[in-house]
Design a protein. Structure first.
Length: 57
């Protein structure tokens, strides 16, 4: 009898939470990898911009 009953709403809510956690983990992984590859160039660019702004005033 229990095998034929539909899954409970609690199970569906847990599944949705797991999906959101996986998406969040994927976004965090992409952010970390992109910072590892582009971190130094972005830092240099921001440093150049900061220097030019400081010299402009």
């Amino acid at each position: 009898m229990f095998a034929l009953s539909p899954p409970s709403r609690e199970a569906e809510a847990g599944q949705g939470l797991a999906e959101y956690a996986l998406i969040l983990a994927l976004i965090a992984l992409v952010a970390i990898v992109s910072l590892a590859f582009f971190g130094h160039s972005v830092s240099g660019l921001l440093s150049t911009i900061g220097t030019s702004v400081a010299n402009a005033t």
